[in-house]
Design a protein around this ligand. Sequence first.
Ligand code: SF4
Length: 539
Amino acid sequence: MPPNYVLEFDLDSIPIPAGRLTLHLFYKSAKPMTIIRQEDVIQSVADALQYISYFHPLDFIQALHRAYEREESKAAKDAMAQILINSRMCAEGKRPICQDTGIVNVFVTVGMQVQWQGSLSLEDMINEGVRRAYSNPDNILRASILSDPAGARKNTKDNTPAVIHTRLVLGDKVEITVAAKGGGSENKAKLVMLNPSDNITDWILKTIPTMGAGWCPPGMLGIGIGGTAEKAVLMAKESLMDPIDIDELRKRGPQNRIEELRLELMDKVNALGIGAQGLGGLTTVLDVKIKDYPTHAVSLPVAMIPNCAASRHAHFVLDGSGPAEQHPPKVEDYPKISWDVGPAARRVNLDTVTRADIATWKPGETLLLSGKMLTGRDAAHKRIIDLFNKGEGLPVGVDLRNKFIYYVGPVEPVRDEVVGPAGPTTATRMDKFTDDLLEKTGLLGMIGKAERGPTGISAIKKHKAVYLMAVGGAAYLISKAIRKTRVVAFADLGMEAIREFEVEDMPVSVAVDVNGISVHNTGPAQWKQHIEEHGLKVK
Ligand code: SF4
């Protein structure tokens, strides 16, 4: 008998004579078992994570390109151009699409007829794959995972552990989907326990504007309906692993209530006018995915999780024949897009810019920044404010007078890079520090991603400062504008250390001017009205 076979016995036919404990085994049938080797799991997970760090799924590229072609808002179109150009550059350079290389989510279905060869648990195999991918010296990925989340928040250094969901199913294969979910979009996840008589669409349309643009639209909405609270959230996440197919659905027509709801939500969400990066425009979502499950008679759980411009997931099957291969998009699959900021862009010398200069900048205006800026995000801000609270000043080497601070946590460089992908992080997280920082340092302004909240805007207006935005999801493109970098303080914070960047022609736009006018408030409002008045097709 070959060693990889399972024996099945018909127990009813086994006679047990009185007084003796002799077991006669009657062989009934033999089915081949699939042997899954530990190393195949580890290598396949590592390869898939490397792959998705620099290749967008093809369906995402195509859907974003279609949205780019029909976009009428210049600001939104420019943002999409940067995301598409960045995507192509990352595929060519094999470097991450975004500086946030994500928290790893894994969905595994294990056929009940597989046998494992190795000494690690399945979770340990997957985490070893994560470790291997994130520390690959050819393409180091940013380690963003912190242990002890409610306490010390200590970086695990290798981006483990992944969040793993496993199901046992019939069959003789192991299917794995890996995703690298950006923190900015994960932070916007929502769960509600509606009354059965409540309207799901109403809740979604009311909730989306409250999410701002920190989830880097355009992307996808994953929605889970039914089950229990945790089941709804899990379905919402899992639905984001499916390919974008809303255009095909629209063409063939909906065949059930869930498909009708997908189309209804797609149109109504886009009609909100939020647009790419929240700048106002025709496309906020490229698809709406829904999964549902039976629920209790008194319940209607609904979960919603957005996926961002750095939509990253890959699927593979292990059948015992070795590690899985990924099949990258071809160069010709990427649209040829050029983005020229044009002569209208204002060139700014960061080494000489004054408060009088920034007072002339208009909301929505494109700037090309050259010169020196400092970086700092959550942990650095907290430490600075703690120093102020203790009556101390800024750390040695940090002078923010007449300077700009860039909210960024870059990827480590490889080969001859000055810095790895270095896109902006969500600015609202810094809102609570902004008044103090502007008051006590003489800072002129900040650069980040998406909108500022009311606290941030009122601080900006009070101190006659400005907030500039760069495009979230265009991190590799942005990193090419950074010519020099050095750590100036808080080196122990790793990617959150304060650095000095010397940039040349770094493209940003004025998102909040000195009077507190925010393009993230004016843009979506204008485009919502525009869509209502002109009945534009937002499909
Ligand atoms: S595209 Fe935006 S939300 Fe997505 S990982 Fe990058 S910064 Fe985070």
